[in-house]
Write a protein that binds this ligand. Structure first.
Ligand code: PRX
Length: 584
C-alpha cells in the first residue's frame, strides 16, 4: 500500500496534549515549560525530585510508577512512594560511602529494578549517573569508565567478574563497586548492594543541585577517536518532561512502555525520566525481544503509549500482521519510534496491524530529548521524521565558502542543524573541548545527519554525513571496533563499515589486511570474530569479517571507509582524488 499522507481526524487526537501544532509552536516558551515542574527551594532543580518525590509530596505516592516484568514473567510493582523510598535508600548508601555531588556513578546492568533505583538515587545524591549497555564487552566499558573517572560502579556479580575485575586495578578512580545478584560472599573489594540497601534509611533530603549542575553522562561514538561523553545537566528535565507530553502525548493516566534499554539515552530520557515526571505508569520488560511476548505485554498491561524502534518494528513485521490480531490491543492509543530510519512501509504496516500509524521521531544523544516528531494531531507522511518540537528551530544548512548557510529550497539536501539553547542540549563532551566546539558553526548546532525539509515543514532523513554505524538502533564507532581488531597479532590494517541489513538497519563488517606470515583462512576469520566479540561484546563487535590484501587509503594513510563501502555495494566511488594511487 503506497500512501503519501495519513490524515488525522479530530477523533484520532481528542484530548491530545498538542492539539494544534501551529498554535502551540507559536505560543511556546521554555519558561512556561519550566513552570510545569516544581524546582527545589531557592531555585535549585533536580531530575529525581521532579520524577519521583514531587508526586509523593503532592499526594500521588500510591500511584503505580514502575511495573517490572521479569524474564520468567514475575512482576514487581513500585508505586511512586516505593520508588521514593528505594531511591532514598540508594542515595543514603552513596552518601555513607562518601560519594558526593558531581562524582560519577556508572551502571552496568540489565533491565533490573536496581538500575532504575540507582539512576534516580544517584541523582538525588547530586552525583552524576552514567549508564553503560549491558551487552558491552570489557573494552567499551573500560574506555567509558576511564574517560568519565568513574567513582562507583553498580553491576551484577557475574558482569563484574567477567567484564570488570580483570582490569579494575588500572582504574584508580574506582572506589566503590556495588553488586547485585551476589551468590554468597561478595568478591574482594566489592559490596553486596542488597545488604547495604536493607540497612539504609528510606528518608533522604535531595541534595540541592542547580539547573546547570551535571546530572547525566551518555556515551556516544564518532567516526574517529575515543567514545564521547555527552554531558547533560539537571535543567534537561524540562525538555524530558515537555517533549514526553508533546511528542509521546504522555498523560498521568497513561501506561507507557519504552522498549529501549537505559544503557542508551532513549532508555533514560524516555525509559525513566519523562514518563515519571509526567506521572504515568511505566512498564519495564527484562527479557529480550520476542514478538508474541511483546504483543502479550501490550495486551495484558493495557499499554496506552508505546515507544519503540525500527529494528523491533521490522522484526514484528517479519512475524506477520496476523499475530497482533490475536491480541486485544484496543487500549493502545499512540505508537512512536526512534533511533534509525523508519521505512514508510513500517508506518503503513502499523495501520494494518494496530489500526494506527507509527509516529517516527528524531533526536540524538547530544540533543538529550526529541527534537523532530510526528504528533497525534498532525497528518503523518510515511517516511518523514515529522516537524520540530515547539521551542526547537531546525534548519537545513550547507557550507558555502567556509560559511554555514541555510538552504530554504524545499527538498534540497543539506545537513540537519538546530538552533542551540534548549534545556536538554549537551553542555560538553567530557574532556573534549575541541570536538564539542566543532559541533557548532554560524549559530547552529550541526547534527552530522543529512536531511531535507519539504514545503510543509516536514523533515526527511537522508543519511549520516560521517562513518558512524547504526546497528539495531545503536551507534557504533568504527574506530572502536578497528582498535580492538588491531590488537590481534595477525592484523596489519583494518577498516570497519556498516552494510545495509534488512533487520538491523546496518550490520558492522570489518575488512582486515593480515601481517606477513599469516594466512587468510576460515579458522583465522573465526578467531578474529571471537576476539572482537570477547573484547567489545555483541552490541559492538563485527558480525562479519573479510580479508583484503590492501585497503583503500588516502595519501596520508587514512583508510577510506567510504570507498570500502562503495566498492562493497557496487556504488559510485565518488571523489577519489586523495586515494593513494598504487592502491586503486
Ligand atoms: O543518525 C541519526 C539516527 O540516530 C542518530 C542518533 O543516535 P544516538 O545518539 O544513538 O541517539 C539516540 C536517541 C535517538 C541520529 O544522528 N536517528 C535517530 N532517530 C532517527 C535517526 N535516523 C533516522 N530517523 C530517525 N527517526
Amino acid at each position: 500500500m503506497a500512501l503519501d499522507r495519513i490524515r488525522k481526524r479530530p477523533e484520532d487526537h481528542a484530548g491530545a496534549n498538542l492539539d494544534d501544532y501551529e498554535r502551540c509552536a507559536a505560543s511556546f516558551s521554555w519558561t512556561q515549560a519550566r513552570s510545569l515542574l516544581d524546582g527545589l527551594p531557592g531555585g535549585g532543580l533536580n531530575i529525581a525530585h521532579e520524577a519521583v518525590d514531587r508526586h509523593v509530596q503532592a499526594g500521588r505516592g500510591g500511584k503505580l510508577a514502575l511495573r517490572w516484568i521479569g524474564r520468567d514473567d514475575q512482576i514487581r510493582d513500585f508505586s511512586y512512594a516505593d520508588l521514593a523510598a528505594q531511591t532514598s535508600r540508594f542515595a543514603n548508601v552513596l552518601a555513607q560511602f562518601g560519594v558526593g555531588k558531581g562524582e560519577r556513578v556508572y551502571s552496568l546492568l540489565g533491565r533490573s529494578p536496581e538500575l532504575y533505583i540507582a539512576a534516580l538515587g544517584t541523582l538525588k545524591n547530586g552525583s552524576v549517573f552514567s549508564p553503560l549497555f549491558s551487552a558491552f564487552g570489557p573494552e567499551p566499558i573500560k574506555a567509558r569508565m576511564s574517560i568519565g573517572g568513574a567513582k562507583v560502579l553498580i553491576t551484577s556479580e557475574a558482569f563484574y567478574l567477567r567484564k570488570v575485575e580483570p582490569w579494575r586495578k588500572e582504574l584508580d578512580s574506582l572506589a566503590l563497586v556495588l553488586l547485585t545478584e551476589c551468590s554468597g560472599n561478595p568478591p574482594t573489594a566489592t559490596v553486596d548492594l542488597a545488604a547495604v540497601m536493607t540497612a539504609a534509611s528510606e528518608t533522604f533530603e535531595t541534595v540541592r543541585t542547580e539547573p546547570e549542575d551535571m546530572a547525566l553522562v551518555h556515551f556516544t561514538s564518532g567516526t574517529t577517536g575515543r567514545p564521547k561523553g555527552a554531558v547533560h545537566v539537571h535543567e534537561a528535565v524540562v525538555a524530558h518532561h515537555i517533549t514526553g507530553r508533546f511528542a509521546l502525548d504522555l498523560h498521568a493516566d497513561d501506561i507507557f512502555w519504552c522498549t529501549a534499554d537505559p544503557g542508551w539515552i532513549t532508555g533514560t530520557s524516555y525509559g525513566i525520566v519523562s514518563p515519571l515526571t509526567n506521572g504515568a505508569t511505566m512498564i519495564v520488560d527484562q527479557a529480550e525481544f520476542d514478538a508474541e511476548r511483546w504483543y502479550r505485554i501490550l495486551q495484558d498491561q493495557k499499554v496506552t503509549v508505546w515507544y519503540t524502534a525500527p529494528t523491533a518494528i521490522r522484526m514484528l513485521m517479519k512475524a506477520g500482521a496476523q499475530i497482533p490480531k490475536r491480541f486485544d490491543l484496543s487500549r493502545l492509543r499512540f505508537i512512536s519510534s526512534v533511533g534509525e530510519p523508519l521505512n514508510p512501509e513500517a508506518v503503513v504496516w502499523g495501520v494494518e496491524a494496530f489500526g494506527k500509524p507509527i509516529h517516527d521521531n528524531w533526536w540524538q544523544t547530544e540533543t538529550g530529548g526529541i527534537m523532530i516528531s510526528n504528533y497525534p494531531a498532525m497528518d503523518v507522511k510515511p517516511g518523514s521524521m515529522g516537524r520540530p518540537l515547539p521551542g526547537i528551530t531546525a534548519g537545513i544548512v550547507e557550507r558555502r565558502n567556509g560559511e554555514i548557510c541555510e538552504i530554504d529550497k524545499p527538498m534540497a539536501m543539506g545537513e540537519l542543524a538546530l538552533r542551540p539553547g534548549w534545556p536538554s542540549m549537551m553542555r560538553a563532551y567530557l574532556h573534549e573541548e575541541e570536538r564539542y566546539r566543532k559541533c557548532f558553526a554560524g549559530g547552529w548546532y550541526l547534527t552530522g545527519d543529512l536531511a531535507m525539509r519539504d514545503a510543509d515543514g516536514y523533515y526527511w532523513f537522508v543519511g549520516r554525513s560521517d562513518d558512524v554505524i547504526k546497528s539495531a538502533g545503536h551507534l557504533v564507532g568504527p574506530f572502536e571496533v578497528e582498535s580492538a581488531l588491531m590488537e590481534h597479532p595477525a592484523v596489519a590494517e583494518v577498516g570497519v563499515i556498516g552494510l545495509p541489513d534488512p533487520a538491523a538497519g546496518e550490520m558492522v563488517k570489518a575488512y582486515v589486511a593480515l601481517k606477513e606470515g599469516f594466512e587468510a583462512n576460515e579458522l583465522l576469520r573465526k578467531e578474529l570474530l571471537g576476539h572482537a566479540r570477547k573484547r567489545l561484546g555483541p552490541a559492538v563487535a563485527p558480525k562479519d569479517i573479510a580479508f583484503r590484501q590492501n585497503l583503500p587509503k588516502t595519501r596520508s594513510g587514512k583508510i577510506m571507509r567510504r570507498l570500502l563501502k562503495a566498492r562493497e555495494l557496487g556504488l559510485p566511488e565518488g571523489d577519489i582524488s586523495t586515494l593513494e594511487s598504487e592502491e586503486r
